[in-house]
Ligand binder design. Sequence first.
Ligand code: B12
Length: 212
Amino acid sequence: MAKWDQLTKAIGDLEEKKVMKILNKFVATNPSDKEVQEVIDACHKGMARVGDSFERGDYFVGDLIFSGEVLSEALDLLKPILKNDTSAKTGKILLGTVHGDLHDIGKNIFKSMASAAGFEVYDIGIDQSVGAFVNKVREVQPDIVGMSGVLTVALEAMKHTVDGLKEAGLRNDIKIILGGNPVTKEACQYIGGDAYTTNAAEGVRICRGWIK
Ligand code: B12
């Protein structure tokens, strides 16, 4: 059994108490960032199991909602132990979940990790219209725009958002990173992003590379 399989299973089985017990024990060991990342990956795998159970019809929307609550609680526990690395030159990231998509757990993980890495993160929330992204880019003038989405339809919304930024004449001033499970290399090319990832830690590495 791999190290964090029990955690993955507990999340997949929606065993909130067990999840929090494992994580409280973990936090008390003063773990490294690498270890925190391993634990976040295990949580991620657990959420994929929840998704599979939902697809099979074993779980219902209420279970999805509960899984979201469990993961948010888990994240709140992990956030304070993400080390603050201020050695990187900080940049500004504008972050939001695109129009039509209400999922924000992955976005929030990226936000925590990017903040811990020294970025100033402006999170505009979920279900954000093209206009909301455009207006906030004008206001904040970020170095990077991060778009999140986990629904398949979010890919089209990301494309509209990138097109909107182009039309507003803002595209050339920013880098765009796309995140969320359905984003692939092909999707990124179609949407017109500069980079994509399904891993928050990799997303932070990419953003740091842009700010150097
Ligand atoms: C929890 C959940 C919900 C919760 C969301 C709670 C919340 N606050 O987010 C609730 C109950 C609200 C929900 C609702 C729905 N959901 Co839902 N949900 C999920 C579930 C189980 C987990 C999603 C999740 O949080 N994953 C864990 C996170 C950590 O992963 P992630 O988002 O990919 O993020 C990681 C990376 O991608 C990256 N990342 C993410 N964003 C960003 C951004 C940037 C800039 C960067 C760099 C990186 C980055 O970092 C993260 C960590 O590494 C998935 C199943 C699954 N397999 O994903 C279904 C799933 C996404 N949902 C689904 C569906 C169908 C729905 C509903 C339509 C259900 C319904 N009938 O009402 C609604 C849609 C509502 C809407 N309009 O958005 C489908 C989507 C199918 C599709 N192909 O489009 C899935 C795949 C389930 C399934 N297998 O059928 N859901």
